[in-house]
Design a protein around this ligand. Structure first.
Ligand code: EAX
Length: 325
């Protein structure tokens, strides 16, 4: 009888210890829309490794990939209500929440990766991250998606005239939609998790995304033609929920920012690698790739998008981007 009591007591004590250990690590749910092999997952892994190391296990990051927690708009809403803690997202739907970021979505704003990264790493980039707190979002760091290119199932596209009349899925972003209207394509906004099926079923003819996303999503299975239009740079943002972050100490918040910066760096490296190696991979998987695209006619076609943007949002942000470039 005594032994049984002792055993019960020990079991009770170990359970209590276990409970303390389980409580000790606070789960941080991180969400994004891309596959486990994507540049976002490379960044998510770096975030997890860095935060868990800096916090010595106080936080445990759980990654929810491939849109398991919804598309990017839903993920950002999730941050505001606290159903997700950290999100890696393109700026696609972000302007709906933080209109100041729309400037980054203007077509042909940046010429190359160096310029885009330099602007996002400048004071302007930090100001945009800070602005997000007015909208119940904590801007942690700028990461990267990449320069976007057009794909479709119908024909080789070399000029805006070739693209005319195509039904193209765009992000839920009015600056992008306006630009595509001007180009003569029919923009169809849609959340990313629905895109593969929409292409497969022919609801839309094409889509546009960086090499990174085309590779990670195996779009070659549903798209034959890729044109390296590079029509817009697509930043990614690493965002946090104020519901979690506002309750943390400065030191803890600092760990999140450092983890987000490590994540962005790892992602940018992966984007650069895929820029070097991805096109060959797409060709091997059967896509025809138009590499020699004259960008001038595309640039000209989307020009009115700039006037429409400045009419609505003024030219201050645009001038600041140009001054930081
Ligand atoms: O952020 O929606 C899109 O096309 C994005 O590029 C994708 O979700 C990665």
């Amino acid at each position: 009888f005594a032994r049984k009591t002792l055993t019960t007591a020990i079991t009770g004590a170990s359970l209590a210890l276990l409970a303390v250990q389980v409580q000790a690590a606070q789960t941080v749910n991180l969400g994004h829309t891309l596959s486990d092999s994507s540049h976002y997952s490379v960044g998510a892994d770096a975030f997890k490794e860095t935060l868990e190391r800096l916090s010595d296990g106080e936080f445990e990051v759980v990654e929810h990939t491939a849109g398991a927690l919804g598309g990017e708009r839903a993920l950002i809403e999730g941050l505001q209500i606290g159903t997700v803690d950290v999100v890696i997202t393109s700026t696609g739907p972000l302007g709906n929440f933080v209109p100041e970021t729309y400037v980054l979505d203007l077509p042909f704003l940046f010429e190359d990766y160096d310029q885009a990264r330099c602007v996002l790493d400048s004071d302007l980039g930090q100001d945009l991250l800070d602005k997000m707190s007015d909208h119940d979002i904590v801007g942690l760091a700028w990461s990267e998606n990449g320069f976007r290119h057009m794909t479709n199932s119908q024909r080789a596209v070399k000029t805006p005239a070739d693209a005319e009349g195509l039904k193209v899925r765009t992000m839920e972003n009015k600056v992008h939609m306006e630009a595509f209207e001007q180009m003569g394509v029919h923009p169809t906004p849609m959340a990313f998790p629905e895109v593969f099926t929409a292409l497969q079923q022919g609801t839309v003819d094409g889509q546009e995304n960086p090499i990174t996303v085309i590779v990670a999503t195996k779009f070659w299975e549903v798209q034959d033609h890729l044109s390296l239009t590079g029509h817009v740079y697509s930043p990614a943002a690493i965002l946090g929920s104020p519901i979690l972050l506002d309750g943390l100490s400065d030191e803890e918040r600092g760990w999140f920012i450092e983890a987000a910066r490590a994540s962005a760096e790892a992602t940018r490296e992966e984007v650069s690698r895929l820029e070097r190696e991805g096109i060959e991979l797409l060709r091997e998987n059967g896509m025809t790739v138009e590499t020699e695209i004259d960008k001038a006619p595309f640039q000209e076609a989307v020009q009115p998008a700039y006037e429409i943007y400045t009419e609505q949002y003024g030219s201050e942000m645009l001038e600041r981007v140009r001054a930081s470039s």
